[in-house]
Design a protein around this ligand. Structure first.
Ligand code: SAH
Ligand code: SF4
Length: 401
């Protein structure tokens, strides 16, 4: 990292307790800060980043009856109001004071790719002009925690990504900033509005590393899960991580039964280290210990994601090692043929090789699936649409290991 970038990284990591790309376990305090702290850290908080009890506190502080908080939540998540002005059963004066204290942002739909009944990819512009992507996936039995009639959205958690995996478009230009809770919730509601379909399965697998934005992601999860929010069951939410071992342990201690997917992509340190720089910080053994910890705290099994990249990680020996790791932590394995990224040299193995890799896992008794998708058209890996559309280059940074 050059000096300018590392200065910027420092600024980003000290931005506030809610915005951290800090890998240091000392930063892993398990606290839910009261609304005051949440508000104090931001110039103007978006009202859709608040939990119901925080809404109540805010309303009370404005001298209003606490039942108003439920009315506000109803306007936000059930009636999907876009302005305080629309909340017509609130006193006019309260609406004005809410508008003075909170923002009520929305995502601008910049581009939509894909058609009815197929995968749709959305490019959204955030209120500060940054771009993020979400992918809406129709019923698919192979997806995490989903029944075949579930509609899944793949949500971004950061603008860019600091982890720089060699094969990934999201990491190509480094990290820009964490998403706020409302910006994650809004990806769901805006995609629902734009597509006219109800979403009932969420995967935090878009751009960014969710566990590096732990507090904001968990805030979003609680809002998405709450009956007063979007009302989607925790078991229908999956967080994917590139392997932040301390944060996996922290997630294990969260009471909500959300699912965990771990991006392994290499079964030996040698192979994984070549494509995922994070392996230098948390090697496979450290990662598996965190997965053990997770498995011992949760009822449901975790999933290993394993992208198959031609001549990089698709050898029989990797399949056998992967089977051993999966057995140790009772993980399911989801094999994903690599989606080519413009400008990167990687490609997916031929179908025969993919099937052979799968059959080795199955021979070892591992529950494994192979995503047999059509692929490289609009399912193109997350992060690419943003790169194609973005005109100005952001100031960016990577975590150095
Ligand atoms: N940062 C998190 C979540 C976002 S990436 C993580 O790494 O898990 C979501 C998944 O997409 C990861 O498994 C990631 O490795 C995978 N991915 C990234 N680029 C890809 C590509 N070009 N083709 C297929 N999968 C890709
Ligand atoms: Fe970041 Fe995940 Fe992409 Fe790695 S795979 S660069 S952690 S988004």
């Amino acid at each position: 990292m050059d000096n300018e970038a590392s200065n910027h990284a420092r600024k980003l990591t000290t931005f506030g307790q809610f915005s951290s790309v800090n890998l240091c376990p000392a930063g892993l305090k398990k606290t839910i800060l009261p609304v005051k702290s949440f508000v104090e850290y931001r110039a103007k908080v978006d009202i859709k980043s608040l939990q119901l009890h925080e809404l109540r506190e805010s309303v009370r502080a404005l001298g209003e009856a606490v039942y108003r908080a439920r009315q506000i939540a109803e306007w936000l998540y059930k009636k999907r109001a876009c302005s305080f002005e629309e909340m017509t059963d609130l006193p006019r004066d309260l609406r004005a004071r809410l508008a003075g204290q909170f923002s009520l942002g929305k995502l601008e739909v910049v581009r939509v790719l894909g058609g009815q009944d197929t995968t749709k990819k959305f490019l959204f512009r955030l209120s500060d002009g940054n771009l993020v992507e979400s992918v809406l996936i129709p019923a698919s039995p192979a997806l995490y925690g989903s029944r075949s009639d579930r509609r899944t959205i793949c949500v971004s958690t950061q603008v860019g990504c600091a982890y720089g995996c060699k094969f990934c478009a999201s990491g190509l230009e480094g990290f820009v900033r964490n998403l706020e809770p409302n910006e994650m919730v809004d990806q769901i509601t805006t995609a629902e509005k734009a597509s006219g379909s109800k979403i009932d399965n969420i995967v935090f697998m878009g751009m960014g590393e969710p566990l590096a934005n732990f507090d904001n992601v968990m805030r979003a999860v609680r809002i998405i899960n709450a009956p007063w929010g979007l009302g989607i069951g925790a078991r229908h939410m999956t967080v994917s991580t590139s392997g932040l071992a301390p944060q996996i342990r922290r997630l294990a201690e969260e009471p909500l039964q959300i699912r965990l997917a771990v991006s392994l992509h290499g079964a030996s340190d040698e192979v994984r280290g070549r494509i995922m720089p994070i392996n230098r910080r948390y090697n496979i053994d450290t990662l598996l210990s965190a997965c053990d910890y997770y498995a011992s705290h949760k009822k449901q099994h975790l999933t290993f994601e394993y992208i198959l990249i031609k001549n990089i990680n698709d050898a029989d020996e990797q399949a056998r090692l992967l089977a051993k790791h999966a057995r140790r932590v009772k993980a399911k394995v989801n094999l994903i043929p690599y989606n080519t990224v413009r400008g990167l040299p990687w490609s997916r193995p031929l179908q025969d090789r993919q099937e052979r890799f799968l059959s080795i896992l199955r021979d070892y008794g591992i529950a494994a699936t192979l995503r047999r998708e059509k692929g490289d058209d609009i399912e193109a890996a997350c992060g690419q649409l943003r790169l194609q559309t973005k005109k100005t280059k952001p100031v960016s940074s990577w975590v150095s290991f």
